[in-house]
Write a protein that binds this ligand. Sequence first.
Ligand code: COA
Length: 192
Amino acid sequence: MAMGVERLGPRLWRVVSRSGRVFHMRPIRPEDAPALQRAFVAQKPEDRKLRLLSAIPRLPDRMALRFCTVDGVRDAALVLVDDAAPGELFGGARLMRDGEPGTQAGERAEFAVSVASGLQGEGLGRMALETVFALGAEMGIRRVWGSVSRGNEGMRALARRLGMTERADPDDRTLVICEKTLAPDGGAATAG
Ligand SMILES: CC(C)(COP(=O)(O)OP(=O)(O)OC[C@H]1O[C@@H](n2cnc3c(N)ncnc32)[C@H](O)[C@@H]1OP(=O)(O)O)[C@@H](O)C(=O)NCCC(=O)NCCS
């Protein structure tokens, strides 16, 4: 089966990894909080640190619930699930608009992406991010950005692969900011 993403519905995708494993991708839900905590603990410590830019060993209940409570209008978060492993999460990507919740939704959003440590290199991070960018464009998001550790070669390579530009974070020299403008149709985006 060829690697790729197929949209099955407005908020449902079928994702085939490089090795042919089939996943579905759907919006995260509050009920996913315990699974998100399990997935977080199962990550290699270095991957946990790269994702949150902090070394916490587990996601506190309130933080997990917050990560799983996403309205799909202002913000978007998609998770990878496998029908053969119900109740487990294998990764995902999100876009959180700048500004406090409750303020007017702007056109800029911060991205984040994560893939289970044992499933990396299968194209899942790229497909999850591309899908959430396309969805974000439909939601009116025009520019996406993310803070990435300088040492995070994988994420920096993925950002380049997706046509993002990179600049030094003026506030933290251990970080770079990767960003790009989304095409309104979510397709090929302009670099820069
Ligand atoms: C960064 C991360 C999401 C990448 O996910 P992934 O599923 O392993 O990446 P993919 O297999 O989709 O790779 C996509 C592209 O990125 C590049 N890439 C990914 N990891 C790489 C690495 N370690 N070294 C070099 N290039 C890499 C490749 O060029 C690849 O291109 P290809 O599709 O043509 O092969 C994953 O490593 C991860 O979860 N890391 C920990 C959390 C994190 O760092 N999140 C980012 C913070 S916002």
